[in-house]
Design a protein around this ligand. Structure first.
Ligand code: NAD
Length: 249
């Protein structure tokens, strides 16, 4: 068991086919107590219950400072520590540059970038006091290649911002043995595309992937297990590409 008795918080974890829930399942299977945070209280609690009674489902909007600190209070009251945070909550919008309005920018940047900052700030005092912790930020291959897959330019910008934020956090938190790393998934089959990705679009994307398939949520969950566990004890500030070879650099 790689995560025996570790406490892991995963944001955006209630979507049944999503990367967050897949990661929660893998972490729970490795002995972690998992806190599943998502927007809807019922969905968060239902997802946690599917993993077993030692896990916790909490409602919070990661972009809302008050909701984030209320969620952290619940976590610390129940478990008293936090070993892993996976900043996974994110939304995307398939729109072009000139269609981006203030509300599109705010919505997409708020969840991925502000959410990553606020959630990280909420766990850092505890991790620093413990002198250990692993923060994993889910960015995207869109940040590295400038989109062109599904999300618009504001999504690429938000996810590129996450890479910069994570690297700067890694530098600042390293002396306290708190590691911060990113995963950049390629196209993974979840519900984030909300039925807007046609079979033709998928086939076009697969044609550019050396491993010749789209990703599965478990591909990301297993990468998160590596970064969350001591298997990666000497890695901080890294970007782990999990994209089937879609971007090789
Ligand atoms: P998903 O839509 O299946 O799940 C995202 C979850 O985040 C949902 O349960 C949603 O309710 C939750 N969420 C949204 N806004 C929130 C908020 N403000 N506070 C709390 N929770 C919120 O998506 P997914 O495909 O599993 O994506 C997970 C992460 O991976 C996202 O950050 C996404 O940008 C990133 N990503 C996904 C892919 C892909 O191809 N699926 C590729 C690269 C990166």
């Amino acid at each position: 068991m790689l995560l025996k008795d570790k406490v892991a918080i995963i944001t955006g974890a209630a979507s049944p086919r999503g990367l967050g829930f897949a990661t929660a399942k893998v972490f729970a299977g490795q002995g972690a107590k998992v806190v599943l945070i998502d927007l809807d209280d019922g969905a968060s609690k239902k997802a946690a219950a599917m993993l077993g009674e030692q896990h916790l489902g909490v409602a919070a909007n990661v972009a809302d400072e008050r909701q984030v600190s209320a969620a952290m209070e619940q976590v610390l009251a129940k478990y008293g520590r936090v070993d892993i945070l996976v900043n996974n909550a994110g939304i995307t919008q398939p729109i072009k540059l000139m269609e981006i309005k203030r509300e599109n920018y705010d919505a997409v940047l708020d969840v991925s970038l502000r959410g990553t900052l606020l959630m990280s700030q909420s766990v850092i005092p505890t991790m620093r006091a413990q002198k250990s912790g692993s923060i994993i930020c889910i960015s995207s291959v869109s940040a590295q290649r400038g989109g062109g897959i599904f999300g618009g330019p504001h999504y690429s910008a938000a996810k590129a911002g996450v890479l910069g934020l994570a690297k700067a956090m890694a530098r600042e938190l390293g002396p306290d043995n708190v590691r911060v790393n990113c995963i950049t998934p390629g196209l993974i089959q979840t519900d984030i595309t909300a039925g807007k990705l046609s079979d033709d679009m998928k086939a076009g994307i697969v044609a550019g992937i050396p491993l010749n398939r789209l990703g599965e949520a478990s591909d990301i969950a297993n990468a998160a297990l590596f970064l969350g566990s001591d298997l990666s004890a000497y890695s901080t500030g890294i970007t782990l590409d999990v994209n089937g070879g879609m971007l090789i650099h």
